[in-house]
Design a protein around this ligand. Structure first.
Ligand SMILES: [Fe+2]
Length: 315
C-alpha cells in the first residue's frame, strides 16, 4: 500500500497544535463499504456504541440518545441513510483492531514527518451519520483528528481562546464530564468561526478544545474520529481539572490557566489525586436512552416511555 497520509508542510507543522488539513487514503483498505460497515455494526456490544438523534439543522438544538434495538446491521445503515441519526462505534482497540491499524499507521507517518511530535492515548470511533444529521456546538477534552471517508460535511470551528465562546467554567465542566455534549452557543458567533467543508479523503485536526459544530451536507457520512493527547494537552487537562475542583468544591475562583511553571505542575499532580479519590465522579453526567430504532419503519424512531427509560452504560 502507498503512504496512508499526504500532508503539506503547513499541515505537518500544525498537527498536534492547531488547524491541520491533509489527505488520507483509508478508503483504499476496502473497510468502508456498506457491507463492511453493516458487519461492523453487528459486531458491536452495547457498552461500546452510542446512537443519537437530533433536531433538524437550524432548529433549536436538542440531542437524544437511544438504542439500536436488535435491528440488523444492514437495516441500521438504511435507517442512517433515511433518518436523522448519528452512530458512534467506539473503542476500536477492543472491538475492531483492523480499523485501529489504519489510524496507527496515519499517526506513525505524521510523527515521522514532524520530528518531536509526541501523541498518545489514541482512542478512535467510527462515526456514521445521516445526510441531514448534525452535531451541536461542543468542545472535546483531547485533541481530535477527523478522517473523513464518505459523504460531505461542514464544520464550524471557533477559537478555543475566546473566553466568551468558551468560558473557563464551561471548559472545566467539559473536562469534569458534567455536561453531555452541548454547551452554550449563540448563532452570531458563527461570524468569527472558520468554515471547512470535508470531502472524502480529507483529514482535519484543530486547536485543543476549540468548540465546533457540524452539519452534514449530503450522502451517508462516514468518518473515523480519533482522540489523542500531547504533553501540552495533558498539562492543560490537569490545570483545568484542578481549577474546576477548586471552583466547585473549595469555593475558590482560580484565575490562572497557565500550563507553564510550578503552579501548573502542582495542579497536574493535584488533578491525579482528585481523580484517584473519585470525589468528582458523582457529579458526572449520566446518559439515558429515550428512543429505539423502529424495526418496522426503517429511518423512524420509537420513543421509550418515561418509566421504561434506562441509563446507558459505556465502558
Ligand atoms: Fe467534537
Amino acid at each position: 500500500m502507498n503512504k496512508m497520509i499526504e500532508a503539506n508542510q503547513e499541515a505537518v507543522e500544525n498537527f498536534g497544535k492547531g488547524l491541520s488539513h491533509f489527505n488520507h487514503n483509508f478508503a483504499e483498505s476496502g473497510l468502508f463499504t456498506d457491507e463492511k460497515l453493516a458487519q461492523l455494526i453487528e459486531r458491536y456490544p452495547r457498552e461500546y456504541y452510542m446512537i443519537n438523534t437530533m433536531t433538524a439543522q437550524g432548529d433549536k438544538p436538542e440531542w437524544r440518545s437511544g438504542e439500536i434495538n436488535n435491528v440488523s446491521g444492514e437495516k441500521v445503515l438504511q435507517a442512517l441513510t433515511e433518518g436523522r441519526i448519528w452512530l458512534a462505534l467506539r473503542r476500536f482497540d477492543v472491538v475492531c483492531p483492523e480499523y485501529d491499524e489504519l489510524v496507527h499507521e496515519a499517526f506513525r507517518e505524521m510523527e515521522e514527518l514532524q520530528p518531536g511530535l509526541k501523541t498518545f492515548k489514541h482512542n478512535s470511533s467510527m462515526l456514521i451519520s445521516s445526510p441531514g444529521a448534525r452535531v451541536l456546538y461542543h468542545a472535546d477534552i483531547p485533541y481530535v483528528c477527523l478522517f473523513h471517508v464518505r459523504g460531505r460535511k461542514k464544520l464550524w470551528l471557533y477559537d478555543a481562546e475566546n473566553k466568551e465562546h468558551l468560558p473557563d467554567r464551561t471548559l472545566e465542566g467539559v473536562i469534569l464530564k458534567e455536561t453531555e455534549e452541548e454547551i452554550g452557543y449563540e448563532e452570531n458567533w458563527d461570524k468569527e468561526a472558520s468554515e471547512i467543508v470535508l470531502e472524502p479523503g480529507k483529514a482535519l485536526s484543530w486547536q485543543l478544545n476549540a468548540p465546533h459544530r457540524v452539519d452534514n451536507l449530503d450522502g451517508l457520512n462516514v468518518s473515523i474520529t480519533t482522540d489523542y493527547f500531547t504533553p501540552y494537552a495533558q498539562k492543560k487537562y490537569g490545570v483545568y481539572y484542578t481549577n474546576g475542583v477548586m471552583r466547585r468544591k473549595f469555593g475558590m475562583s482560580p484565575k490562572s490557566t497557565s500550563t507553564d511553571g510550578l503552579g501548573a505542575y502542582a495542579k497536574c499532580a493535584a488533578a491525579l489525586a482528585f481523580k484517584k479519590s473519585g470525589m468528582m465522579s458523582k457529579d458526572e453526567r449520566t446518559m439515558v436512552s429515550t428512543f429505539t430504532l423502529d424495526p418496522e419503519n426503517i429511518g423512524q424512531i420509537i420513543d421509550i416511555p418515561q418509566n421504561e427509560r434506562r441509563e446507558i452504560v459505556q465502558l
